[in-house]
Write a protein that binds this ligand. Structure first.
Ligand code: ZN
Length: 416
């Protein structure tokens, strides 16, 4: 007879089965972690811990930081073009524009400015206002100074028509500078510039209010990005979908020589910030307009910060009208916390700059000076004591002006 008993060698009386079942059941519960024993008994068996008390090690939290540095209009008037000419070598060089700000700029991870001239080659001649075309060696100097991104969407993008747009893009890319705001093809215009630094992915978008009445060639709207709120909002969304941690929008807008933004600037900035822009960099007025912090409450209740500078003024130019020789180096520190991957604007700083024009070797020369450093050190070989008095005044005025929105609009904004 086949024996189907589970205890073939030791037949167990049926009366013992309930006890056996209890022992088996208790063992299963014990092993699986359901502690049915009193506290004291559980303490005697420390090698088997209840599941609840087993904790997986959490990933170690850490954060990374990267710095965005932005400046306003890099202009190239006729006298500036001449200032870099060497008649012996028949070449142009512009490093001296940036010598005194190179260290500050080079400390940035993303370093961006607005190139308000074409670099269209020597064939059509080098000219300043009103149709700008500068030697491509300007881009060498810009790269040398620490820049890695330039906005090319501005009212002078088409100063040498389509050819100028294309040649400028080529000259920048040849020097490993990312252009943003103009494009050589439709496909290129649809790509979003994303640059990763220290595990932080920043998207860059750039647009201009217009092209000084020079028409964009028919069917080639892709050449220059014009300000179109709906399009910008779509581009911001696309950047976020593509994984951008932070979206920076450069806007060439506003009224020239106005030290405060107009209603249209303010409205556009507000709408873009609401639509997901994190940093807005304004240029075009040729004078500095203040910056402002924003705190946005998202639909899910989360809050997000943003910062906008309405105009960074002229970084370099031969403009002499009041305030046009002043600019700002705008710095935004971004912090990303892991493992949450949250982003925070951890610090904002605006360093006023001044364009020093001086005569040397029989011609006019130009250089950008960081005001605070210069008035603190007072050891510049080209400045006289009376210059420092003026520069100290400029520095105080500029610091008050740049920060003025954050003092006036208390409660609406949160300062860092
Ligand atoms: Zn402009």
């Amino acid at each position: 007879m086949k024996n189907n008993s589970i205890f073939p060698l030791f037949p167990i009386p049926y009366s013992l089965f309930p006890i056996l079942k209890f022992i088996c059941f208790s063992a299963i519960l014990f092993i699986s972690g359901c502690n049915i024993f009193p506290e004291s008994q559980a303490e005697k068996t420390p090698e088997i811990l209840p599941v609840e008390s087993i904790q997986l090690p959490l990933p170690t939290p850490y954060f990374t930081e990267a710095k965005l540095i932005a400046v306003g209009d890099i202009m190239m008037h006729g006298m500036q073009i001449k200032s870099g000419y060497n008649s012996q070598t028949k070449s142009y060089s512009y490093q001296s524009f940036f010598t005194e700000v190179k260290d500050i700029l080079s400390a940035g991870d993303w370093v961006i400015g607005n190139l308000e001239t074409t670099l269209a080659g020597p064939e059509s001649g080098y000219t300043g206002y009103p149709l700008f075309n500068a030697p491509a060696t300007l881009a060498d100097a810009i790269k040398w100074a620490g820049f890695n991104i330039l906005t090319t969407a501005n009212n002078h993008s088409l100063d040498r028509r389509e050819k100028g747009v294309l040649k400028t893009l080529e000259n920048l890319r040849d020097r490993d500078i990312y252009p943003v705001g103009t494009a050589a093809s439709l496909a290129e215009s649809q790509e979003i510039l994303m640059v990763e630094k220290n595990e932080i992915l920043m998207a860059f978008l750039a647009y201009t209010y217009g092209t000084n009445g020079i028409p964009i060639p028919e069917g080639k709207d892709y050449l220059v990005n014009l300000i179109d709120e709906q399009k910008i909002l779509q581009d911001i969304s696309r950047a976020k979908q593509k994984g951008a941690d932070i979206v920076t929008v450069a806007l060439h807008f506003g009224a020239e020589y106005q030290r405060l933004p107009n209603t249209r600037q303010k409205q556009l900035v507000e709408n873009l910030v609401d639509g997901g822009a994190d940093i807005i960099l304004g240029s075009h007025p040729h004078v500095v307009q203040p910056y402002k912090f924003f705190k946005i409450t998202e639909e899910n209740g989360d809050t997000r910060q943003a910062v906008a500078i309405y105009s960074m003024g002229n970084f370099i130019s031969n403009q002499t009208k009041k305030y046009t020789d002043l600019g700002v180096i705008f710095q935004v520190n971004i912090q990303k916390s892991f493992p949450e991957e949250t982003i925070e604007i951890s610090a904002v700083e605006a360093l006023p700059t001044w364009v020093h024009r001086y005569r040397k070797n029989g011609k006019l020369n130009f250089r950008i000076l960081p005001l605070e450093e210069v008035v603190t050190n007072k050891n510049d070989p080209l400045l006289k004591p009376r210059d420092y008095l003026l520069l100290e005044k400029y520095l105080t005025q500029m610091n008050n002006h740049i920060n003025s929105f954050n003092k006036l609009e208390v409660g609406k904004v949160s300062k860092e």
